[in-house]
Design a protein around this ligand. Sequence first.
Ligand code: ADP
Length: 213
Amino acid sequence: MIIELSDRQEYILNIVKENGPITGEHIADKLSLTRATLRPDLAILTMAGFLDARPRVGYFFTGKTGSQLLTEKVKKLTVQDYQSIPVVVNESHSVYDAVCTMFLEDVGTLFVVNNQAGLVGVLSRKDLLRASIGKQELEAMPVSIIMTRMPNIAVCKKDDLLIEVANKLIEKQIDALPVVKETENHQYEVIGRVTKTNMTKVLVDLSHDRMDG
Ligand code: ADP
């Protein structure tokens, strides 16, 4: 369970389970504590979703376990909560330029756009390495020759569920997805990126219970 409850919180939970609905006052009586002392514990239990409160009725047990609440939380996370800034290169840029951009911007995936800023391709580290072991002149080779191109690019939108993006990353065995927005001329504008690093951040935040909602 991610949310670690204190002994007193566990105790409160049991009181509510057995006696709910029960007012804060009555819980306090049973524990021989003041209502004020109890308030933070009740707030935590309610916010975490273990308890629910109804005015004039009191607290009652929601019946949800820690892992159910965790699942609910994860399923609420959307791309916009965790996305990073995208790094793009123009389709006319050379493979040499793309390698430099990848190092300078410190990213593992570049998105390739046309002159209208519409998404046309993706470049991964391996795409660039593959091109580099050939005999060709990297400065003369446009990225459009080696990139993975539309319509074979997996994309996501800012309101998509993060768990769906995580599934796509695993299914397609890729490191990143561009976050896109459809433009008036039916192209995709790249407004963000979601990578395996963002997913790792979700895990760390979960362990610290730092997610909102
Ligand atoms: P690496 O090549 O460093 O292992 P990836 O696993 O992300 O990085 O890339 C593997 C292949 O998938 C590359 O050829 C890349 O162009 C392609 N690729 C990367 N991201 C996407 C995406 N979002 N949609 C489709 N193909 C992608």
